[in-house]
Design a binder for this molecule. Sequence first.
Ligand code: NAD
Length: 490
Amino acid sequence: MNIRNQLCIGGKWCDASDGKTFEVLNPVTNETITAVQSASEADMNRAIENSRQAFDEVWSKTTPFERSALLHKLAEAVESNAAFLAQVETDDVGKPIFESTNIDVASAGVTLHYFADICVEVLGGVKASPYSEVFDYTLREPLGVVGAIIPWNFPFLIAARKSGSALAAGNTMVLKPASWAPLSTILFGALANEAGLPPGVLNVVPAPGPTAGKVFTENPDLEEITFTGSTAVGIGLYGRCSTGLKGCTLELGSKGAGLVMPDCAMDETVAGTLFGAYLNQGECCCALTRLIVHEDVYDEFVAKFIEGTKAIQVGPPAAEDTRLGPLVHPDHLKVVLDYVEAGKAEGATLACGGGRITDGDMAKGNYIEPAVFTDVTPDMKIWKEEIFGPVVTVTKAGSIDEMVALGNDTEYGLASSVWTNDLRLAHTIAPRIRAGTVWFNLHNFVFPSAPYPTRGSSGVGFELGKEGVLALTRIKNVMVSLFPGGFAWY
Ligand code: NAD
């Protein structure tokens, strides 16, 4: 398998019709890896037309068992190319190879196998009937062509989630990779071909975001949009979908909290919250960004968390022992560094990190020291806004009620965690946390069988789980007369 930089439509590779390209940078050096073909509106419309034809003529006629077998083959194609895919993801995103191997690519394989298994469970059901002579049941039918737009932080894994669930439900898909990190997603086209998916079932079309947004919302042959990315772009898409009554699932930004309770298991909590805060350089939608710590354990926990932050191995992502690589793009590095300045200007205490790393070769890349701010209050920008980098805020609280109120003090609502050994506290607090997911003594665990719901400015609808597949179907109700001799009223 080799890197690809073209559009994959109908199982064939092609250039953009207007010859436009965009550059993809390696975050380690900010040098160009390759120039990728950038689809025009005409190319995107052609991809949708091709996917529509594949849906009407081929995919909608397959049985769930046939779809299941093909999705298992796609998962196997991922597994047999795993080392190469992990390398591409690391070169493109900057994430440590340890992570792209053990999380991104490994989870993508598991995800596709899961959706392959789920194919045969996308079923309606028999409904209770008030008439013994009327039999009623529902069918679950695919929507048609689904358009997917994905972000740069977990591109391969998110591509696997979106395509796996949509195809399992019987839809075809046009997949738009992220512009800063498109390479592993483009390879999905090659994997689909290798696995023997019928041409057009999964078209991969790198394009500028606004072009994809315009075509996906306006082309009537595309039935549904599934978007993962920033809240601002998601809101714009949602508005345009509503005018055409087009379905739209949005997985957006967040500002997750970690509530450190007085009875927590201290060392486990430090290790778990470090993973929550710094996985993927903190460029995680569900990252632990705001630590809210009970005053009884504040001093000990904060000292250990800062010590743990300072000990993280920052370095070139290709090195096996690196646990924090460069940020994805120089523009994003600037955004994160500006937040560090804002935190200092607003009066928070920068307890460690926050500077750009310019030692040796690292000067060429987008490296930043992971940062911890203490004395953070809810009026500050670094408390309210998603930073999307390795910057964590710490706030002290005097009671559990105050901790819950602070945790919920955000417009977002994707995922938060609570760190406690008290079973009764855990189960009474879970319903009070305003988030789609609540973890206990864990953070940043997402897997395909568990739904991943959203609340507030974190999105609309949800993905994953059997529920996520059913959300990509429509229900048809079927009613059958069993009246002997038919039903006669007049
Ligand atoms: P982004 O919104 O800038 O881009 C996401 C995708 O949208 C990219 O493919 C981009 O090209 C495209 N896009 C840009 N403008 C568009 C437009 N006008 N119409 C349609 N598409 C457009 O986000 P990003 O910087 O790539 O990703 C970071 C954001 O994604 C963060 O806010 C993060 O929290 C969020 N995210 C959420 C989840 C989740 O599951 N909730 C997962 C990962 C990332």
